[in-house]
Design a binder for this molecule. Structure first.
Ligand code: TTP
Ligand code: MG
Ligand code: MG
Length: 433
C-alpha cells in the first residue's frame, strides 16, 4: 500500500497554548500522470474496477463531527481562527452561502457574517485516512490500496468483485465502514479506470456514489475538459486555443495537434479522455524516487532579529528532515534561499560530506550558509525562507555517516509523537551557532 503524508503541517505558534497549523503541501508531488505509469501491457478489453474515495468538506466535516455545536452551521477551516488567513475548506452550509476554498477569511466573513472560522489542526485530519486505509487491508490486497492525497484514496476492486453490481455493493460497504469507524461521510466514484473513477466521485457530493461504465462514454464526452483529472485552468485555456472544449473534443482530437502543443503529456491527456487510462494502483514499488525536496515559506510579518531568523531556519530544516525521513531518503546537497523585503533574494548552496536527514546536520549546514548572507537589519528584513535539498539517496541500512560524533536520535519515535500531538510536542535541542 502506498502511504503518503501529502500534507505536512508546520505549527505557527498561535499563543495561549493553541497550535495553528500551516499546511505546506496538499497535493501529491506527481499529480499529473507520467507516461511511464501507463501500463501498455494491459489490454483494453480486460475490465478492471477502480473505486475512488474522497471525504466531503473534509477538514470542516471533522470539526463538525468533533463539536456538535458546529453541526448544520457555516464553518470554515484555515487561518488563525480570527479573520487572518485563507479558507482551506468550508462546510456545505457555508458553500451554500457563497463561501469558497481559497478566499481570504476576511472576504468570506463579509459574504457570510455568521461564518465560524476555525484554525486548521493538521495531524488530526492526517491520521483519519491512514486509519481507514489500514482497515481496508482486510478487504482488498494491500497492493490494491493507494492513498492519493490527504482525503482521497483509490482501491482496485478487480481481484475481489466480478461485475458492477458486486462493485457497487462493495462501495456501499466501504462507505458504511468509514461512517462506522470515523463517523464521517465520503463520496465515492466507481469506474473501469482511475481517472474516470475520480471524475465520478464529483458527480454526487456529499455522501454520494456514482458509477461510470463503458457505455456511459457518450455522456462523459459531453462534459467540459477541465473536469478531467490533470486539466487545470491553464491547460484548459491552451486546449481551448486548439478548439478543444469538452472531454469528447479531446478524445477525438488530432493526435498530432495535442502532441505538438503539449508533447507526451498531450498524448496522455487524450488517452485519459478516451477512457484509456491504464494506470494501476501506485504502490511503494512503482513510485519514482524524488530527486529533490523544497519548501518555501513567506512570513506575513518580515523579521530581522537573529534569534527569529535562526528559529525560522531551524523550523524549515526540521520540516525538510521529517519529510525526508518519511520517504526514507537522505539528502546531500542543500540550498538556502532568503528573500528580503526589498524583494531581492539571495541563495547559497553546500554539498555535505554524506547524505543526511538529521535536523542537526541540516541546521548546521544551513547556518553555515546563512553566515555568508548579508545580515538582516531593521531596514532590510527577511520575508521568505526557502530550502531545497538535492541529491537524495534511499536509506538502505546505515548509509548515513557512521563516523558522526553526535548520538543517533530516535527520530522514528519523535516523528510519531509529532504526528500525533503536533510539531511542538517535542523538538530536538540544537546548539545556536
Ligand atoms: P478537497 O477534497 O479538495 O475538498 P473538501 O474535502 O474540503 O471538499 P469536497 O467535498 O469538495 O471534497 O480537499 C481536501 C482537504 O484538503 C480540504 O478539506 C482542505 C484541504 N485543502 C487545502 O488545504 N487547500 C486547498 O486548496 C484544497 C482544495 C483543499
Ligand atoms: Mg474532499
Ligand atoms: Mg480531495
Amino acid at each position: 500500500m502506498q502511504k503518503i503524508s501529502s500534507s505536512f503541517f508546520i505549527t505557527r505558534g498561535g499563543g495561549k497554548g493553541r497550535n495553528i497549523f500551516k499546511r505546506v503541501r496538499f497535493m501529491p508531488l506527481y499529480s499529473f500522470p507520467h507516461h511511464k505509469d501507463l501500463n501498455y501491457k494491459i489490454e483494453k478489453h480486460d475490465r478492471r474496477y477502480f473505486l475512488h474515495l474522497d471525504f466531503d468538506a473534509f477538514f470542516a466535516q471533522v470539526e463538525q463531527r468533533d463539536n456538535p455545536k458546529l453541526r448544520g452551521k457555516p464553518v470554515s477551516v484555515g487561518g488563525n481562527g480570527g479573520i487572518k488567513g485563507i479558507v482551506m475548506t468550508c462546510s456545505y452550509e457555508a458553500r451554500a452561502l457563497g463561501v469558497k476554498t481559497g478566499m481570504s477569511v476576511f472576504e468570506a466573513k463579509q459574504i457570510c457574517p455568521e461564518l465560524i472560522s476555525l484554525p486548521c489542526y493538521g495531524p488530526k485530519y492526517e491520521a483519519i485516512l491512514l486509519n481507514i486505509t489500514e482497515a481496508f487491508i482486510k478487504l482488498v490486497p494491500e497492493d490494491c490500496i493507494e492513498q492519493y492525497s490527504i482525503d482521497e484514496c483509490f482501491l482496485e476492486l478487480t481481484p475481489v468483485v466480478k461485475d458492477y453490481f458486486d462493485a457497487i455493493r462493495f462501495a456501499l460497504k466501504i462507505k458504511k465502514l468509514v461512517k462506522r469507524m470515523e463517523n464521517l461521510t465520503v463520496s465515492v466514484g466507481l469506474s473501469f479506470n482511475k481517472s474516470y473513477a475520480k471524475l465520478a466521485t464529483k458527480f454526487r457530493k456529499p455522501d454520494g456514489l456514482s458509477v461510470i461504465r463503458e457505455e456511459n462514454r457518450p455522456d462523459i464526452y459531453m462534459l467540459p475538459a477541465v473536469k478531467l483529472w490533470g486539466i487545470g485552468s491553464r491547460i484548459e485555456k491552451r486546449l481551448a486555443m486548439l478548439g478543444i472544449f469538452t472531454i469528447g473534443d479531446l478524445a477525438n482530437c488530432n493526435f498530432h495537434a495535442v502532441h505538438k502543443e503539449f508533447g507526451i503529456n498531450g498524448v496522455i491527456l487524450r488517452k485519459i479522455a478516451r477512457g484509456e487510462d491504464t494506470r494501476i494502483i501506485a504502490t511503494g514499488k512503482q513510485k519514482r524516487i524524488e530527486k529533490s525536496f523544497n519548501h518555501h515559506h513567506t512570513l506575513t510579518e518580515p523579521i530581522y532579529k537573529s534569534e527569529d531568523v535562526t528559529d525560522e531556519i531551524r523550523r524549515i530544516g526540521e520540516y525538510m528532515c521529517r519529510k525526508m525521513r518519511f520517504k526514507n531518503l537522505a539528502g546531500k546537497h542543500l540550498f538556502l534561499t532568503l528573500r528580503f523585503d526589498d524583494l531581492g533574494f539571495i541563495s547559497e548552496d553546500i554539498k555535505l560530506f554524506s547524505p543526511t536527514n538529521d535536523e542537526r546536520d541540516i541546521f548546521e549546514a544551513a547556518m553555515y550558509l546563512y553566515k555568508r548572507f548579508p545580515e538582516p537589519e531593521p531596514f532590510h528584513k527577511v520575508r521568505m525562507f526557502g530550502m531545497t535539498i538535492f541529491d537524495l539517496h534511499p536509506i538502505t541500512g546505515y548509509n548515513l555517516d557512521l563516523f558522526r560524533k553526535q548520538p543517533i536520535l530516535p527520530y522514528k519515535e519523535l516523528d510519531y509523537l509529532k504526528e500525533k500531538y503536533g510539531e511542538n510536542i517535542i523538538r530536538v535541542g540544537l546548539t545556536r551557532l
